[in-house]
Design a protein around this ligand. Structure first.
Ligand code: KIV
Ligand code: NA
Length: 265
């Protein structure tokens, strides 16, 4: 595929081709991720944790998300870019939700938005879709509601919550969402959801019976090292590698090993 669109993703599911998705929040990282062949880049509100050091995703603002999204957009040639609507930018009413989504699309040049939740935000999603803006849903563990849940543990282990989740997924498909993220739910339930809708289900901590996977870039690169959920696979140990490199630089400067003869004018 030359350029990934929302249509490409739905076709990929129909053809049984898995979808790869990672987060990125800045130009340099997005350039690497896009060049490596990722299908979807998520400018996640996990930037609140990863970029800004907040404990939750709640504090990040719409202006800050737009800054991250516009940096990512300038880097990409192929991937579809999805941007999270941050906490507080869509929950009060559908008009506010649409205004926020329009700001993201206009001011960053992003391709689509993601909102957390099911039937509670149905009218907001419909209004955004009516404006021609593609929407990705997000069900299961929804970090913007962390103070309601109280913990980051696996969601929808109980039957009623599982049934509600399936209903929400079907509703999101019916009103026109192009894909849904399912976060931290039992693999069996995620597989069942993926089978019951024709739009792609992208999992994080949701097993391999879904249509694609997403991880937070800094986690899978091993740059963060205090966050150790079972679902996380680390492809590099950059925390250790970077610490070693920086310590070496400090030592070289102190010992006047850097710069050497060839590294000066
Ligand atoms: O913000 C984020 O990184 C996300 C993914 C974990 C799906 O929403
Ligand atoms: Na998010």
């Amino acid at each position: 595929y030359k350029r990934i669109t929302v249509k490409t993703l739905v076709d990929m599911k129909a053809n049984g081709e898995k979808i790869s998705m990672l987060t990125a929040y800045d130009y340099t990282m997005a350039k690497i991720v896009d060049g490596a062949g990722i299908d979807v880049i998520l400018v996640g509100d996990s930037a609140s944790n990863v970029m800004a050091g907040h404990e939750t995703t709640l504090p990040i603002t719409l202006d800050q998300m737009i800054y991250h999204a516009s940096s990512v957009i300038r880097a990409i040639d192929r991937a579809l870019v999805v941007v999270d609507l941050p906490f507080g930018s869509y929950q009060s009413d559908p008009k506010e939700a649409l205004r926020s989504a329009i700001r993201i699309m206009k001011e960053s040049g992003a391709h689509s938005v993601k909102l957390e939740g099911g039937k509670e935000i149905k009218e907001s999603i419909k209004r955004i879709l009516n404006a021609g803006i593609p929407v990705m849903g997000h069900l299961g563990l929804t970090p913007q509601s962390i103070y309601k849940f109280g913990t980051y543990t696996v969601r929808a282990k109980e039957e009623q919550e599982a049934l509600d989740l399936i209903e929400d997924a079907k509703m999101l498909e019916r009103i026109g969402c192009f894909a849904i993220v399912l976060e931290k739910i039992p693999a069996k339930l995620a597989k069942q959801v993926a089978k019951s809708v024709s739009i792609p289900i992208i999992g994080i901590g949701a097993g391999n019976g879904v249509d694609g996977q997403v991880l937070v870039l800094h986690d899978m690169l091993g740059m963060t090292h205090e966050f150790n959920p079972r679902f996380l696979r680390r492809y590099l140990t950059l925390f250790e590698e970077m610490t070693k490199a920086i310590s070496q630089y400090v030592e070289d400067v102190k010992n006047v090993d850097f710069p050497n003869e060839n590294e000066q004018y």
